[in-house]
Design a protein. Sequence first.
Length: 142
Amino acid sequence: MNRMNKIIKGILIVILIVAILQVTYLVVFHNPGQDYTEFYILDNNNDTLNYPTNVSQNSVEKVIIGITNQEHQDMNYTIIVSKDNQTITKFNETLKDKETKEFPYYIDNTKNIGINQSINFNLYKGNVSLPYRSLYIRYNVI
């Protein structure tokens, strides 16, 4: 029986050491969450309720483009705004981890009357050539 107690004590000590090592790994080395970037468009009231959908010819409408870095490291971003596959403007931003940047964009491509016109917003992360996220706004010029 004495030998059996020593074996059980040895097994319990090994289990305890393994448990301590696993907890240490989870606390010290484990990535605290998934890496991602938030990319969004807000209306001119910093909300998502009143995007410009019907705009007058030759008018200017304001939206806000936002990026939040949740990548757990500093990250370089590029936003390309385009209409009809033609680049209108390009923004380059470097954000620290957990940093948010919002900046206004003015929709002034309202010369041609028509429905279902759209402006595309593509977010590129780092030096990758394909968009990481894509957004668009559809509007009618009346």
